[in-house]
Design a protein around this ligand. Structure first.
Ligand SMILES: O=P(O)(O)OC[C@H]1O[C@](O)(COP(=O)(O)O)[C@@H](O)[C@@H]1O
Ligand SMILES: [Mg+2]
Ligand SMILES: [Mg+2]
Length: 343
């Protein structure tokens, strides 16, 4: 695919047209996925608009403040959750929803039910909200076999069974990155049009060099890491094979750290440590969607034990360690875990 500016100029592709094109490739498709996605896109635009105003909260009474009428306003993560739950239920295409913000899975009432299960983190990177650093929404979509009788197991499918995954990053621009299982594409919101336009077509292995120059981890946890993680990070800083040391970049919003990894290559890790033996990130709506995107872009995602997408979750808010990024960088950490197993 041609990444040049001219290519974009000649073919202005909105996310709606893109998904309609994808849909037309499936003869049996009745447009349900397109409708579901248009509701997710609406939720992203809504949250983007709220995030852009968040810095003014203290002045005009948004997000966690009391407004001029003396009403308590909602915090941004609570507001984002409500926006997405409403958008997904009103699509009429969902059956079960799992959100980071809700302890239990939401089973959609029968009259509004469709065939999809959506797992999502409505606002990822919450510690960065108040300082204006990039945050985002992460989502994964599964198809349900029998939506007349939804079960919790429908939300506990392995990541490899997802039919689509993506995220929207609310940063210096609002970017939605999506995979429906045949590559990864990125769309940027044109605020004057209110449309997401294809700006990053076919983000693939050529865009993720097999090995990258960046590692991304919270090094404040280093004293509690296990041996393979500690060895790996040491290798990033002091490579013994003559290669250059990697640069450290850590934003602390998974969406932003993974977005950079997709575009520039390298590795993002949130490993297990002595204090958190299962790591921090949640399997369903952080680890799975990002692993799906990374594999679709030609990279890898590994938990320290297995391919991340092979994991079969037992609980909806389960956590897992995760190492994801350029193919060869993940190969190295896999080798270190394999060595440890043998010892
Ligand atoms: O502050 P830490 O421990 O490095 O954790 C950062 C991680 O926590 C998260 O903020 C967790 O997500 P939420 O903000 O959705 O809870 C990730 O986005 C990020 O990768
Ligand atoms: Mg999160
Ligand atoms: Mg969150």
């Amino acid at each position: 695919m041609d990444h040049s500016a001219d290519a974009h100029r000649t073919d202005l592709m909105t996310i709606t047209r893109f998904v309609l094109n994808e849909q037309s490739k499936h003869a049996e498709s009745r447009g349900d996925f397109t409708i579901l996605l248009s509701h997710i896109v609406l939720g992203c635009k809504f949250v983007c608009s709220a995030v852009n105003k968040a810095g003014l909260a203290k002045l005009i009474g948004l997000a966690g403040e009391t407004n001029v009428q003396g009403e308590e306003q909602k915090k941004l993560d609570v507001l984002s959750n409500e926006v997405f739950v409403k958008a997904l239920v009103s699509s009429g295409r969902t059956c079960i929803l799992v959100s980071e913000e809700d302890e239990l899975a939401i089973v959609v009432e029968p009259s509004k039910r469709g065939k999809y299960c959506v797992v999502f983190d409505p606002l990822d990177g919450s510690s960065n909200i108040d300082c204006g650093v990039s945050i985002g929404t992460i989502f994964g979509i599964y198809m349900i076999k029998d939506h007349s009788e939804p079960k919790l197991e429908d939300a506990l499918q392995p990541g490899k069974d997802m039919v689509a995954a993506g995220y929207c990053m609310y940063g210096s621009s609002c970017t939605l990155v999506l995979s429906t299982g045949s590559g990864v594409n990125g769309f940027t919101l044109d605020p004057s049009l209110g449309e997401f336009i294809l700006t990053h077509p076919d983000i693939k292995v050529k865009k993720i060099p097999k090995k990258g120059k960046i590692y991304s981890v919270n090094e404040g946890n280093a004293r509690n890491w296990d041996a393979p993680t500690a060895k790996y990070v040491e290798k990033c800083k002091f490579p013994k094979d003559g290669s250059s040391a990697k640069s450290l970049r850590y934003i602390g919003s998974m969406v932003a750290d993974v977005h950079r990894t997709l575009l520039y290559g390298g590795i993002f890790l949130y490993p297990a440590d002595k204090k958190s033996p299962n790591g921090k990130l949640r399997v369903l709506y952080e680890v799975f969607p990002m692993s799906f995107l990374m594999e679709q872009a030609g990279g890898q995602a590994f938990t320290g034990k297995e391919r991340a997408l092979d994991l079969v979750p037992k609980k909806i808010h389960e956590r897992s360690p995760i190492f994801l990024g350029s193919y060869d960088d993940v190969e190295e950490i896999k080798a270190l875990y394999a060595e440890e197993q043998k010892a």
